[in-house]
Design a protein around this ligand. Structure first.
Ligand code: ADP
Length: 561
């Protein structure tokens, strides 16, 4: 049965019960009221007429108005004959009254009147008693019936009130239990309701939903598992070493390459705190140190390999969820780079001697003792000299670079007075500055202490910086070379008033082979790179300050001896 029908029946029944009980009560009360009214009308009024007639009789025959009063009451009594025997007695009263009216002294008639009145009184009093008894009986009957019906109806209503809520609350409880189970991902939960009403339909719909969710969950799980194994395979097949950590730096996974490099087994370390494992694993300790791009030289499988480290921090809406360290095997690039360095070193070394001898020969040709040359030949010799000098500079720079790249910079540290370096560098550039009509101003703090440096390499750096200042500034301009002491360091600076360096290139000019785009002067882009290597190898630092258009100031510091 549908829930709606059940509700209609239940509430309808209660309505009918209330209606029936109400009607019954009204009918009973009305019947009692009718009976009481009948007594009042039929018998009480007769008693009133009789009393009036008795009172009028007492006043007769002396009071003539009493005849009329008697007559009126008698007429009313005649119209209100209700009881058995009341009719003949009233008729007797009438005839006696008529006799008494014609013969007012007639005592017989007077007595008959009195007797008739008494009789009528008695008849009606008896009737009142009887009817009262009847009313009492019928009120008791009504009372009994009403009590009986009330008890039955109250019992039925009580049963209904007790049972009806559970018809609704039972299924609702089952449904809410089911929903809670689904919310807790228990998709196997089903609701079994026997009723065929709306709740039954709801339970069926719930079961269908749970089944679909179950199917979805399983198909999704299978898909996720498949995707996971695919990603695991990809990670494992990669030639780079990959190690994953969660946000607390517990190890999540590592691929086969990482396993062999670190000499660890994923199964043994997964889920463990990386720092604990790193206590007994030097390489892992190095990897956990922050920073990217470090080139790592690792001995594994009896061979030396090079790796570049990349640290990828994984975030989900600003919240750290883990990190991945990727070690890319750069050994082939390293080998190529080494081959290139060797090649350049060999070439520049091999070129240096013939170029030097060309330069020497050109210089000899200039010497008049060797022989006279005409003006044109002199010009050609000059060109040969300039080109050979440039070639010599380039081969020199390339050789220096190969030393740097091979990590073979030999440093000869010794205490050197900064002035010495300064004078050497200025002297080396003097001729070029004169050619460009530039003045080199020297500002040296007389109190500067000696620096602990490789004299030759530092002189090379300063010479190179001054040469750049000459090349990249205009004729007739000034170049300021200064030295000052700052605590335990001595700062060398070369300032020019040339075109300066665009701020977007400032970070890159110390990179190898980098030249500011559009630079017309010839060059290799190696000078500043070598300067940086030389200064850093001596524990110092080099930098540039420049206002584009207003010139640049290159500085480096070295520790005092
Ligand atoms: P090179 O001078 O052989 O090109 P460097 O490494 O010495 O190589 O310089 C790199 C680049 O930096 C130069 O090509 C030039 O564009 C820029 N540069 C260096 N010094 C200065 C300077 N004093 N003023 C302006 N630009 C400079």
């Amino acid at each position: 049965m549908r829930l709606k029908t059940k509700l209609i029946i239940g509430l309808g029944f209660l309505f009918i019960v209330i209606l029936a009980f109400g009607i019954l009560s009204i009918v009973s009360i009305n019947r009692l009221k009718d009976n009481a009214e009948q007594i009042l009308q039929n018998n009480y009024e007769t008693l009133v007429y009789n009393n009036n007639m008795l009172e009028s009789l007492n006043r007769l025959p002396a009071d003539s108005s009493a005849w009329k009063a008697f007559e009126d009451n008698l007429n009313q009594q005649e119209a209100n004959v209700t009881e058995q025997g009341e009719g003949p007695t009233t008729a007797k009263l009438r005839s006696a009254f008529e006799t008494y009216k014609s013969k007012p002294g007639d005592s017989l008639a007077h007595n008959t009147i009195l007797k008739s009145l008494q009789q009528i009184n008695q008849l009606n009093q008896q009737a009142i008693l009887q009817k009262n008894e009847l009313v009492k009986q019928s009120s008791e009957t009504a009372n009994t019936w009403l009590t009986l019906i009330f008890t039955v109806l109250a019992l039925i209503a009580f049963t209904l009130v007790v049972n009806f809520p559970s018809i609704i609350s039972g299924p609702i409880r089952s449904l809410s239990e089911g929903i809670a189970a689904i919310a807790g991902k228990d998709y196997k939960k089903r609701i079994h309701l026997k009723q065929k009403d709306e709740f039954g339909d709801l339970a069926n719909a719930f079961n269908t939903m749970a089944e679909k969710l179950n199917e979805y969950e399983h198909s999704n799980l299978a898909k996720i598992k498949f995707e996971k194994s695919r990603i695991e395979t990809i990670i494992n097949k990669m030639t780079d070493a990959i190690i994953g950590f969660d946000e607390k730096r517990n190890i999540l996974f590592m691929n086969a390459v990482a396993e062999s490099l670190l000499n660890l087994k994923e199964k043994e370390v997964a889920g463990k705190y990386a720092a604990d494992i790193a206590l007994k694993n030097d390489l892992l300790r190095r990897l956990l140190q922050n920073g990217n791009d470090d080139e790592l030289k690792i001995y594994a499988d009896n061979k030396e390999s090079y790796f570049s480290k990349e640290r990828i921090v994984m975030k989900n809406e600003d919240q750290l969820i883990g990190e991945v360290i990727v070690l890319q095997n750069i050994t082939p690039f390293h080998e190529l780079d080494e081959a290139k360095t060797n090649f350049i070193a060999t070439i520049s070394h091999e070129l240096k001697t013939p170029i030097s001898s060309i330069l020497m020969s050109a210089k000899l040709l200039e010497d008049e003792r060797v022989g006279m040359v005409n003006e044109e030949q002199k010009d050609l010799v000059q060109h040969i000299k300039e080109d050979s000098e440039r070639l010599l500079k380039i081969t020199g720079e390339l050789l220096n670079l190969t030393q740097v790249e091979a990590g073979k910079i030999q440093m000869a540290f010794q205490p050197v007075m900064p002035k010495e370096i300064l004078l050497y560098a200025i002297e080396a550039n003097k001729k070029q500055a004169e050619l460009q009509k530039q003045t080199i101003e020297m500002r040296i703090d007389p109190s500067v202490e000696a620096v602990n440096a490789d004299k030759e390499k530092t002189s090379w750096v300063l010479t190179n910086l001054i040469a750049n200042a000459i090349r990249y500034s205009f004729e007739d301009s000034k170049i300021i070379v200064s030295v000052e002491q700052k605590d335990k360091t001595v700062v060398f600076s070369v300032q020019d008033f040339g075109k300066g360096i665009d701020s977007k290139y400032k970070d890159r000019i110390f990179d190898r082979y980098f030249r500011v785009p559009g630079t017309k002067e010839e060059g290799t882009g190696l000078g500043l790179a070598i300067c940086r290597e030389f200064i850093e190898a001596q524990g110092g630092k080099i930098w540039v300050e420049s206002d584009y258009g207003d010139g640049s100031k290159f500085s480096f510091w070295l520790p005092v001896a």
